[in-house]
Design a protein around this ligand. Structure first.
Ligand SMILES: C[C@H](O)[C@H](O)[C@@H](O)[C@@H](O)C(=O)O
Ligand SMILES: [Mg+2]
Length: 408
C-alpha cells in the first residue's frame, strides 16, 4: 500500500547549531539550556557540595570550577517543506562543532521520520570519542530532541502523542531548590535540597546538612516529601552516615551520592542505608548500558536527563529498563523535553521541576529565557492539555545572544 500523498513526508534539508553563554561567550549568566549559567546571588551556585568541595578555593561556587563552562547548545533542523524544529541542551561551542562537522552528515537528506536511524548512526559514529557520556551524548541528545520537535511540527502533533499518548491527564511535580517550604506553598508534592557539605567536612558537615533538613521538616510538617541532592560529592561511608542521620526526619530519597560510574558504591550504599529510604541517581549517566548497571545495583529511581542521555529515543529505552524491574524513571529536570515523555510512561508517577529563580521563590521556566512558550506547573501540576501544541510546543527565542561558531 503506498502512502497517501498527504503523508509523503518531507526530508531534512539543513541542520544548524548555535551556542549561548559558556566560557567562549561574551555574555554570561543568561540561563538557557545550560541552566547552571546563572548570574550572581543564585541558590544554584551557593556552597553546594560537589567532588570539587575538597578544594577550599572551589567550595563556595560551582561556577568557579566551571559548571557553566559549556553553555547552551541550540540545534535547529529544517525540512524541505520549510518547517523547522529545534531543541536546547548543555554543550555550547563544542556541541556546535560536533553537529556542524560530524553529525550533520547523518541528518541532512533523511526523511523527518527517520529519527531512530539517525540516532543509531550518531551514537555509533561517535563511539571512538564519546566515552559514552558527557558533551558528545549531550549533543546527540539535542539533535534527537530537535528531530522529534520537527517531526511533531510537520505532523502538527505534540511529541507525547507521537510516543503513544498520555497514560494520565496530569503530571505532579516535586521542586528542586533551596526553599522546599516555599515549594510546598506553591503546590508541589515535595522539595529536593542540595547538600552543602561533604566528606572533607566529616561529621561536622553531616550535622550541618541535617540541621538544614530538621529546620525544613519543622517548616513543612511530616507529610511533605523532603530529599537530598548530593551531586556526586560523597563516599560510601559518608553517605551511609548521612542517610541514617536523616532517617528520623523522613528523608524520602538521597540522590546522586557518587559519580555515575561508581556502580559498586551505589550497590554498597543500597545495602547500608535505612530500610524504606530511596536511593536515586542517573542525571550524569549517558548510555542505556550505564542505566542497566545502575538498575542492577538496586537504584530505586533512575533519573536520566533527556538532554544528556541520548534524547527522547534513549529515554524511552531507559524507561523500559526500569519498568522491567519495577523501578521508577523520574527524569532530571529538563522542562518540556521530559514532560512529553513522562506523561506516556506508566512508571513515572511524578516528575521534577527545577527552580531557576535566584531565590527559589517564584516559578521561572527552567530554560528561561531561550524557550518561548515554556510552560510551568500551576499548583505543582501540569496537564496534558498544556502540552497540546505541535512538537514540544515551544519556539526559539531569537532575541537571545545566539552565536553560530562553525558552519559545514
Ligand atoms: C541542585 C543540584 O545541585 C543540581 O544543580 C541539579 O541540576 C540536579 O542535580 C537536580 O537533580 O536537579
Ligand atoms: Mg540531581
Amino acid at each position: 500500500m503506498t502512502l497517501a500523498p498527504s503523508l509523503k513526508l518531507p526530508t531534512i534539508t539543513a541542520i544548524r547549531a548555535y551556542s549561548m553563554g559558556g566560557a567562549a561567550a561574551t555574555i554570561h549568566g543568561q540561563g538557557g539550556g545550560d541552566y547552571h549559567d546563572q548570574g550572581k546571588d543564585h541558590w544554584i551556585d551557593d556552597h553546594i557540595a560537589t567532588p570539587m568541595s575538597k578544594y577550599e578555593e572551589y567550595k563556595q561556587s560551582r561556577q568557579s570550577f566551571g559548571i557553566n563552562v559549556l553553555g547552551t547548545l541550540v540545534v535547529e533542523v529544517e525540512a524541505s517543506d520549510g518547517t523547522t524544529g529545534f531543541a536546547v541542551s548543555t554543550a555550547g561551542n563544542p556541541g556546535c562543532f560536533i553537529v556542524e562537522h560530524h553529525l550533520s552528515r547523518f541528518v541532512e537528506g533523511k526523511r523527518v521520520d527517520q529519527i531512530k536511524l539517525i540516532h543509531d548512526q550518531m551514537l555509533n559514529s561517535t563511539l571512538f570519542y564519546s566515552g559514552g557520556g558527557g558533551v558528545v551524548i549531550n549533543t546527540i541528545s539535542c539533535v534527537d530532541l530537535a528531530l522529534w520537535d520537527l517531526y511533531g511540527k510537520v505532523l502538527h502533533l505534540p511529541v507525547y502523542k507521537l510516543l503513544g499518548g498520555a497514560v494520565r491527564d496530569t503530571i505532579h511535580f516535586y521542586a528542586t531548590g533551596a526553599r522546599p517550604d516555599l515549594a510546598q506553598k506553591m503546590g508541589f508534592i515535595g522539595g529536593k535540597m542540595p547538600t552543602h557539605w561533604g566528606p572533607a567536612d566529616d561529621d561536622e558537615g553531616i550535622a550541618k546538612d541535617i540541621a538544614m533538613l530538621a529546620d525544613m521538616r519543622e517548616r513543612v510538617g511530616d507529610d511533605f516529601w523532603l530529599m537530598f541532592d548530593c551531586w556526586m560529592s560523597q563516599t560510601v561511608n559518608y553517605a551511609t552516615k548521612l542517610a541514617h542521620a536523616a532517617a528520623p526526619y523522613k528523608l524520602k530519597w538521597i540522590e546522586e551520592c557518587f559519580p555515575p560510574n561508581q556502580i559498586e558504591s551505589y550497590r554498597q550504599l543500597k545495602k547500608n542505608m535505612p530500610a524504606g529510604m530511596l536511593m536515586t541517581t542517573g542525571e550524569h549517566t549517558g548510555t542505556i548500558e550505564g542505566f542497566k548497571e545502575l538498575s542492577d545495583a538496586g537504584v530505586d529511581i533512575l533519573q536520566p536527563d533527556v538532554g544528556w542521555c541520548g534524547g527522547v529515543t534513549s529515554l524511552c529505552e531507559i524507561a523500559a529498563i526500569a519498568k522491567s524491574r519495577g523501578q521508577l524513571v523520574v527524569p532530571h529536570g529538563s522542562s518540556v523535553y521530559s514532560h512529553h515523555a513522562v506523561i506516556t510512561f506508566t512508571n513515572t508517577p511524578f516528575s521534577e521541576f527545577l527552580m531557576t529563580s535566584p531565590h527559589a521563590d517564584s516559578l521561572r521556566p527552567q530554560f528561561d529565557p531561550i524557550l518561548v512558550g515554556e510552560p510551568v506547573p500551576e499548583g505543582g501540576i501540569m496537564t496534558a492539555e498544556q502540552l497540546d501544541k505541535p512538537g514540544f510546543g515551544v519556539e526559539l527565542n531569537r532575541d537571545c545572544p545566539l552565536e553560530r561558531p562553525f558552519r559545514h
